[in-house]
Ligand binder design. Structure first.
Ligand SMILES: C[S@@+](CC[C@H](N)C(=O)[O-])C[C@H]1O[C@@H](n2cnc3c(N)ncnc32)[C@H](O)[C@@H]1O
Length: 559
């Protein structure tokens, strides 16, 4: 069961609550898939195996050094690895499909599977490439940068297929029958695989986490961790699994070039002792600088990039930020510098108070011909260009007649972007979302674009009761775009009762997506609910190259 936790973004008790037993068992089966063709025969001699080859029924010991072959990727991007001659699964961060690695067993998970730490590559995958970012091997942000992009998206597609079969209980033959009848469509890749993110959030840290260095102890044939923690302040991304250690980042190939310029200027300046700037210490709860958020939007008249810089600090002391502000404003693309003051001991970037230090408090961006205003804390799709592709596909999947006669229900609407892009072809759009600020943004966005046939309502879709659905007409099309935990059983039950002719389920988590599709199509036996939908299409869309994330657009039609 624990292997299921590794595959899904949920873990432990949460996973047990969200996934019934039969689904957790199936998830284990997905972890064990082996979709990767074997790597070609090695051309260079390999070091001698650290121990004799394991037999069938083999069970690893903690700290054992093993040669492993990575078969595929689990949902969070961990490599699914096995030792030769055994089916025992070891999940290993940084292992790429097809790669042979030397690894040390770090954790045995209730006897079901183990976790291993990659020590080094013995034989790279035939799809391996040199990662352009020198930090790729250590930064949790880009786990698959050293795999060709073609291989990355092939693995994402395979993962969606395995989850739909093993977890959603869909027939693999039907899923992949020949075009145009196949349910599972080819994955839509990104045109731009670098500089695609419009928002990055860096953290200030008191502990600098340095790249791992490994020392080979030739006598023992073993490899030892030399050091993982360095001294000095840092500004960068959290080391995978650590909230208090920050990998120092000078440049990030995922953000825009102007955003990289901002990062460079801040890095050059903030550690100057004369400025008296200190990073916030998450253990002692002292220090000033918490996060640096950089967002890139577009001026809707000129099309030029516009950048917002947001300093999240523990106190309001603008005079301390002044030298940084002076330097950053020399970058022509910077049109906004904000200061969110977060006095809580928590590590979030949303402040209780927000101040404009320079320029305007919002930037703008365009999606599907509409203008959106983005403030420091508003949610906006992070890959603008691919969001345009995603929304076009969602629009096509909605299958609107275009005569303005249909009612659209946009569940988990965020700032209203999906509903608003469809509103001109619909009679009315009703959006539901739990975050009040997002609802306010959605209402502003409707006004900004002159859309009057959209109503946005704040509400928790996990807590709906029998009154839900009384305040709007029966929907013709339901768009549901939940976050990673997927839909609550109350909402599934409501969807099965209201029986909208078409549901477009947009998901960023193929595991919970496959579970919810199973419920909607095949019913929920222990709740005595009958499924009433047929799965028509699933389109995987890659929004985040080099990461394990994958978005899916699924179309369901009433049987
Ligand atoms: C994946 S985002 C989708 C946002 C939007 N559809 C878009 O494309 O920008 C999921 C949204 O669901 C909202 N959400 C999460 N849990 C919710 C709940 N229980 N009830 C209502 N909305 C919720 C989140 O705040 C977030 O805005």
């Amino acid at each position: 069961m624990a292997a299921a936790a590794a595959l899904s973004p949920l873990s432990g008790a949460l996973l047990r609550r969200r996934f019934p037993l039969h689904h957790r068992r199936r998830l284990l089966a997905v972890v064990a898939v082996s979709p990767e063709a074997p790597a070609p025969t090695p051309t260079s001699p390999l070091p001698p195996p650290p121990s004799s080859p394991p037999r069938k029924g083999y069970f690893p010991k903690r700290n054992e050094i093993l040669e492993l072959t990575c078969d595929g990727l689990a949902f969070k991007g961990k490599g699914v690895c096995k030792v030769d001659g055994s089916n025992f699964v070891l999940l290993c961060d940084g292992a790429l499909p097809g790669e042979r690695i030397l690894a040390r067993v770090s954790r045995i998970r209730r006897g079901a599977f183990a976790e291993a730490t990659k020590l080094r590559t013995l034989e790279p995958h035939h799809d391996a490439v040199d990662a352009p970012c020198p930090l790729a091997a250590d930064c949790g942000g880009c786990k698959t940068q050293s795999l060709t992009y073609a291989a990355q998206i092939r693995h994402k597609y395979l993962q969606v297929r395995e989850l739909l079969v093993n977890f959603g209980k869909f027939d693999p033959v039907e899923l992949e029958s020949s075009e145009p009848d196949s349910i599972l469509k080819p994955i839509v890749p990104c045109d731009e695989i670098f500089r695609y993110r419009n928002k990055m959030e860096f953290s200030f840290g008191t502990k600098r986490w340095v790249q791992r260095e490994w020392k080979e102890e030739k006598d023992e044939g073993a490899v030892k961790e030399e050091k993982i923690e360095g001294g000095g302040y840092s500004l960068g991304l959290h080391a995978p699994g650590f909230f208090d250690k920050v990998l120092h980042v000078e440049k990030c190939l995922l953000q825009s070039e102007p955003a990289d310029k901002v990062l460079e200027v801040v890095q050059e300046t903030w550690m100057d002792p004369a400025l008296g700037l200190t990073p916030y210490d998450v253990h002692k709860h002292v220090g000033f600088l918490k996060h640096l958020m950089i967002r890139t939007g577009r001026n809707v008249s000129s099309g030029a990039s516009e950048v917002m810089v947001n300093f999240v600090t523990s106190l309001y002391k603008p005079e301390l930020l002044e030298p940084l502000v002076k330097k950053i404003t020399k970058i022509p693309e910077v049109v906004s510098i904000m200061n969110n003051v977060n006095t809580s001991v928590g590590n979030t970037s949303v402040g209780e108070e927000e101040y404009t230090l320079y320029g305007k408090p919002t930037i703008t961006e365009m999606l599907r011909g509409l203008t959106f205003q983005i403030s420091a804390n508003s949610f906006f799709q992070t890959n603008t260009k691919q969001a345009d592709v995603l929304y076009k596909l969602i629009g096509d999947s909605a299958g609107l007649k275009g005569d303005g006669s249909e009612i659209i229900l946009d569940l988990f609407c965020g700032t209203g972007t999906i509903g608003l892009t469809l509103a001109r072809r619909a009679k009315h759009v009703y959006g539901y979302e739990v975050v009040p600020e997002a609802i306010a943004d959605a209402q502003n966005n409707a006004k900004l674009n002159g859309i009057s046939n959209a109503t946005f309502v704040q509400g928790d879709l996990n807590k709906i009761n029998e009154t839900f659905g009384k305040e709007f007409p029966k929907p013709d099309i339901i768009i549901s775009d939940p976050n990673r935990p997927g839909m609550h059983m109350k909402l599934i039950k409501w969807l099965l009762e209201v029986k909208a002719p078409r549901v477009v389920y947009v998901s960023c988590n193929p595991a919970t997506c496959a579970r919810d599709l199973d419920y909607l199509c095949h019913g929920v036996e222990d709740k005595d609910l009958k499924g009433c939908y047929k799965l028509k299409t699933v389109i995987p869309v890659d929004m985040f190259p080099h990461t394990p994330h994958i978005e899916c657009i699924c179309v369901l039609e009433l049987c």
